[in-house]
Design a protein around this ligand. Structure first.
Ligand code: AMP
Ligand code: MG
Length: 424
């Protein structure tokens, strides 16, 4: 089945059988968004330190064997294994970084330290603890198997092997891995340029006193945190009042020089807001009512300005809804545009110790607290699950994910949880 264009979906929603903008499931929305994304094309060569959190643009091929020589996994004695041999003459020492010069004949051995090169002629290391030493004479008290305690050249990484593939998000272990190969620079995709702004007449920036009816703009701070963690190059365009001229100006300036624009607020269906009209004028944007809680309204599309286009995500204004929709839709999309292949969040089943009220037919992302009791991990939902209560996100350490088919749950039922740590 070919993917309809954004315009086709906007003007004729029934062109796709499973497409209903007023009842979008989380999975459907994700798969629609995915079809319109492209990976940034620019790449840059970076010293490995600076590649942390970036996405590799090329495969990394091992230029050598790691380790590059057979070496000892233990402190002990290296010798040529032979049946029945238990007494050997010690003829020298091999330290890590200081190999024994010479070869080992049958009946001879060399004291060897962990990491020391296995001398020519030796094939086995007997642990120090399994021997007794008397002057130059070594007696093996417990004969090892042939080849024991020897780390083979190339056993970690072999010359010519693909060590990391393009699309891999560089983690701390990868930095060490690259260093172990003697690699100094890697090619990565450039950072994604993301602009974001809040919308709403009631919003005021921190540092100013609150007048009646005003609230501090918190969404820009959570968005800042989430985007920085994803490694985006961000532009914070502020809190923009519900004023069509200012909103249009901000939207177009964001579209001119960014890959992605994220807004919060003003996309509720039926709301007398200006964003919808502006997005129709300058782009192709879909407005969805999601079958999820929190995060019912969601807008996705493309905004055009002279010679440039940017992907657009319109997130609901309620602070928890902003975060949940970011994690469920925006995060994956940004990772794809960064050149990475997003993996599903690891999801575990644990016992929920409290009853949960839940309507069937929508996916809920309740804020939960995983805790240890009687030596086991259990979860309970935080008491206030309102989508405006941001403290629930701060106090929680996981989402309790309740699928569309799930209804009310009694206490002590298994539920799916997704840990915040690692995904945030
Ligand atoms: P909206 O999506 O614009 O209808 O906003 C829904 C709710 O979220 C309203 O109570 C807004 O005041 C609140 N809200 C919208 N934007 C923000 C923001 N940036 N920071 C905190 N609350 C917000
Ligand atoms: Mg609003």
């Amino acid at each position: 089945m070919t993917t309809p264009s954004l315009n086709e979906l906007i003007s004729n929603p029934s062109c796709m059988e499973d497409y209903d903008p007023n009842a979008m499931s989380v999975t459907q929305a994700k798969s629609y968004i995915q079809q319109y994304l492209q990976v940034v094309s620019d790449k840059e060569l970076l010293p490995i330190h600076h590649s942390l959190g970036r996405v590799l643009a090329d495969n990394v091929i091992s230029p050598c064997n790691v380790p590059n020589h057979h070496n000892s996994a233990m402190d002990g004695f290296a010798y040529q294994h032979a049946d029945g041999i238990q007494q050997l003459q010690i003829i020298g020492t091999a330290f890590a970084g200081k190999p024994f010069q010479g070869s080992i004949a049958p009946g001879k051995c060399v004291r060897i330290m962990t990491g020391g090169v296995i001398p020519v002629g030796a094939d086995t290391v007997v642990m120090q603890e399994r021997t007794t030493v008397n002057g130059e004479l070594l007696t093996i008290t417990d004969i090892p198997k042939m080849g024991a305690n020897v780390r083979l050249a190339g056993e970690d990484l072999a010359l010519g092997q693909t060590v990391l593939s393009a699309g891999h998000l560089v983690q701390p272990a990868d930095l060490g891995l690259l260093a172990s190969l003697g690699i100094t620079n890697v090619r990565v995709y450039r950072r994604l340029k993301v602009a974001f702004f809040s919308t709403g007449d009631e919003l005021i920036g921190v540092g100013n006193p609150l007048a009646e009816g005003q609230i501090y703009d918190s969404n820009r701070y959570t968005l800042y945190g989430m985007l920085v963690r994803l490694g985006a190059e961000i532009s914070d365009l502020g809190a923009i009042p519900d004023n069509p001229v200012l909103l249009e100006k901000t939207l177009l300036s964001a579209a001119a020089s960014h890959d992605v624009i994220i807004t919060s607020g003003g996309v509720s269906v039926g709301e007398a807001d200006y964003m919808k009209a502006l997005l129709a004028k300058h782009g192709e944007v879909l407005f969805w009512k999601m079958n999820m809680k929190p995060g019912r309204p969601l807008a996705y599309g493309i905004v055009h300005t002279e010679g440039h286009s940017a992907h657009y995500f319109g997130l609901p204004g309620n602070p928890v809804a902003t975060m949940v929709t970011f994690y469920q839709f925006v995060r994956d999309a940004l990772l794809r545009m960064m050149g990475a292949t997003p993996k599903p969040f690891p999801t575990f089943q644990v016992i929920c110790t409290q009853a949960i009220k839940k309507a069937q037919g929508r996916t809920e992302f309740q804020r939960g607290l995983l805790y240890q009791a009687d030596g086991r991990w259990k979860v309970k939902p935080l008491p206030n699950q309102s989508s405006g209560v941001l403290s629930s996100m701060s106090l929680a350490n996981c989402f309790i994910v309740l699928g569309e088919e799930v209804g009310n749950l009694e206490a002590d039922t298994l539920v799916d949880v997704q840990l915040f740590e690692g995904i945030i």
